[in-house]
Design a protein around this ligand. Structure first.
Ligand SMILES: [Zn+2]
Length: 337
């Protein structure tokens, strides 16, 4: 491990814990825009892990997850360095928006450039100051606005190291997700840094079950990387069962109207099951929304109004869906403790 670590011009010594405000831009009135960062450095050697949230500014479950992870980690016990960035897209966060003021999506703007758009400049600073200093990363997301996701990990599972990291997070559902052009995950991969993307809940909400799931997952990764000692209970228990989805697809509305869902997030559905009923304003005409495959509902829309063709239910398929269902139930019980 490099003895010297400098972020945003601030030196962070071994064994030190420090808040850094990384200046990335200014508002029209010259008010500085800073990304808040907390760095915890252990005295002993170890990996450097970053945990980032709110790259999409309205996806705020991760902001709370990051805050709670910060509370749990003490520098005197840590091996290596933890860099936590609770809010990356500070513009979007302050405006309750996914985007930057120019309507660009920061997670399509990596690795960015020094002389590019506002999004490209912010991405470039983030890469230079944070990502390239790290050996591993976790990026925390939620569904888009009015869409909810079952807690899940998306990662490039063809890479063995990333796969181990993904399993150690401990959520039952893993999605082997291809890299999106311009995403932080793609940029990190190009630098050879294994990275996980956690998805859970919906935008603009604090959802306690999702937050607990994210905190447990991050802590579990930190322990699995050897940055903190394993919990005694953790080493005694058999490893949590995790399942990799074979595929996933959206069920779209077969008709416009208002709908009542008959299946919930995390439900096990069989091909042909009724997922929702769409009706006209009088309730005299009804259209069934049917599952086109058997699987688990990993995402859904929260607005009960649809146009014909709107995405309604995201269903992931698995080789043994019944096992996945029981793992999800067990996992949910664990979150209630
Ligand atoms: Zn997102």
């Amino acid at each position: 491990m490099a003895v010297k670590l400098t972020i945003g011009g601030e030196k962070i010594a071994l064994g030190e814990r420090k808040k850094v405000f990384l200046r990335v831009a200014a508002l029209y009135d010259y008010t500085d825009i800073n990304i808040p960062i907390e760095v915890i450095r252990g005295k002993a050697d170890g990996p450097t892990l970053f945990i980032s949230a709110a790259i999409h500014g309205d996806e705020i479950n991760g902001v709370e997850i990051a805050k709670r992870v910060l509370k749990r980690v003490k520098a005197d016990k840590l091996k290596g360095t933890l860099i936590i960035i609770p809010i990356v897209n500070v513009f979007g966060f302050n405006n309750l928006s996914r985007y930057l003021p120019d309507r660009r999506d920061l997670n399509r703007s990596f690795p960015g450039s020094k002389n590019g758009s506002l999004a490209a400049r912010l991405a470039s600073i983030f890469m230079k100051e944070i990502v390239v200093r790290c050996t591993h990363g976790i990026d925390l997301h939620t569904g888009a606005v009015h869409r909810a996701n079952l807690p899940q990990i998306r990662a490039c599972l063809d890479d063995p190291e990333t796969k181990i990291l993904a399993k150690s997070f401990g959520v039952p559902v893993l999605i082997n997700s291809s890299l999106r052009d311009g995403s932080l995950r793609e940029a990190a991969r190009r630098k050879g840094i294994p990275m996980l993307l956690f998805e859970g809940g919906e935008a603009l909400r604090f959802e306690e079950d999702v937050i607990k799931s994210g905190v447990k997952g991050c802590m579990s990764v930190i322990r699995s990387l050897g940055m903190l000692p394993k919990l005694k209970a953790q080493s005694d228990k058999p490893a949590k069962k995790v399942f990799i989805a074979n595929d996933s697809s959206w069920v779209r509305a077969p008709h416009s109207g208002a709908f009542v869902a008959t299946k919930k997030l995390g439900a096990h559905v069989t091909k042909g099951d009724v997922l929702a009923k769409i009706s006209d304003p009088f309730g005299s005409e009804e259209y069934d929304v049917l599952a086109e495959t058997s699987g688990i509902i990993i995402g859904l829309t929260r607005i009960p109004l649809v146009n014909c063709g709107d995405a309604m239910f995201h269903i992931a398929t698995f080789s043994n869906v019944k096992h996945v269902k029981s793992a999800i139930e067990l996992y949910d019980e664990g979150m209630l403790l």
